[in-house]
Design a protein around this ligand. Structure first.
Ligand code: GRG
Length: 294
């Protein structure tokens, strides 16, 4: 299997799903708002979370395409978080996905509202597209709302802001990473698993799998920030050298951080296998997540 083309095929499927969702809004909301929402949503991210969600939705007897509203919602939530994270009041970034950030193009007021719009529209999309014949759909919806909420990504972001410029221990750092970045990754896996109506034992293993993947993904992101791989991050080169945030690379250095990622990868694969979800694509996707290399 050629991973790159298999990934691209799934990415294109998500792209079409997102286009369909945006088309529903065209001409029905203020055009500046529509443009600003589309600008960030259709800016060509990796679509990792929806691709994962759909992939884990393929294990049950339900048509995985019915999980598309959940997948689109996941990407809308992720995109809103990036739009708000880039604002001057937060990370104050000029570039995202290799393009000027939303507020640089549309102004802060519209960027805030476009982020709010994407978040709200994600819930509309999930509820409008509810596959109510599948009891797993609503469990998936609950998983996504918890992950995006105050106990998940939002709480993690608050602690991340509060811990800026102070030294924190690894336990605190893990707790921040787990919520800020890990929660959406985990929800992508688990909501797919719920949609597939997998049994408790498999869900437990996929929880363990996604915990490791969430952390590995964040560590890789922090490594790329230091090594300044603009192509993979879409950010300014060496950005994190400018601030004093505690990260795995800042505590352990690059080499040890890479080894930690390798360890997480090995353990995650065991959980994936135990959940009987170790398809060729998912094994390769796990490796991609840990390296961002095709
Ligand atoms: C504003 C509530 C709120 C939360 C923001 C996601 C987030 C929380 C902050 C972003 C900080 C950051 C860069 C975290 C590293 C991991 C991460 C989310 C990377 C970006 O995700 P990718 O690589 O991006 O999947 P693409 O562009 O491919 O979608």
């Amino acid at each position: 299997m050629e991973f790159k083309s298999e990934y691209k095929r799934r990415q294109d499927e998500v792209e079409r799903g997102l286009e369909d969702q945006m088309e529903i809004l065209e001409g029905k909301i203020p055009s500046e708002l529509y443009k600003s929402m589309s600008y960030s949503l259709m800016a060509g991210g990796k679509r990792l979370r929806p691709v994962m969600l759909l992939e884990f939705s393929k294990f049950g007897s339900w048509d995985y395409k019915k999980a598309m509203p959940l997948a689109c919602a996941m990407e809308m939530i992720h995109t809103y978080s990036l739009v708000h994270d880039d604002l001057p009041a937060m990370d104050n970034d000029d570039l995202r996905r290799g393009k000027p950030t939303n507020h640089k193009v549309y102004g802060e007021n519209i960027a805030i509202l476009a982020g709010d719009g994407l978040l709200n529209y994600s819930y509309e999309t999930m509820i409008e597209g509810m596959a109510s014949e599948n009891p797993g759909y609503v469990l998936a919806l609950r998983e996504i709302s918890r992950a995006a909420g105050v106990k998940g990504m939002i709480g993690g972001q608050v602690d991340d802001i509060k811990n800026e410029d102070v030294n924190i221990d690894i336990k605190t750092l893990d707790s921040i990473n787990e919520r800020k970045t890990g929660a959406l990754i985990k929800a992508s896996v688990l909501s797919g698993a719920y949609f597939s109506e997998l049994d408790q034992d498999k869900i437990k293993n996929l929880e363990a799998y996604s915990d490791k993947m969430g952390l590995a993904f964040q560590i890789v992101d922090d490594i790329l920030d230091v090594t300044g791989d603009v192509e993979k991050t879409g950010k300014k080169s060496g950005k994190d050298l400018e601030n004093k945030k505690t990260t795995y690379p800042s505590v352990y250095g690059i080499e040890k951080s890479r080894k930690i990622v390798d360890g997480l990868y090995e353990k995650a694969l065991i959980n994936l296998k135990k959940a009987e979800a170790d398809t060729e694509f998912l094994v390769k996707l796990t490796s991609f997540l840990c390296s961002r290399d095709y």
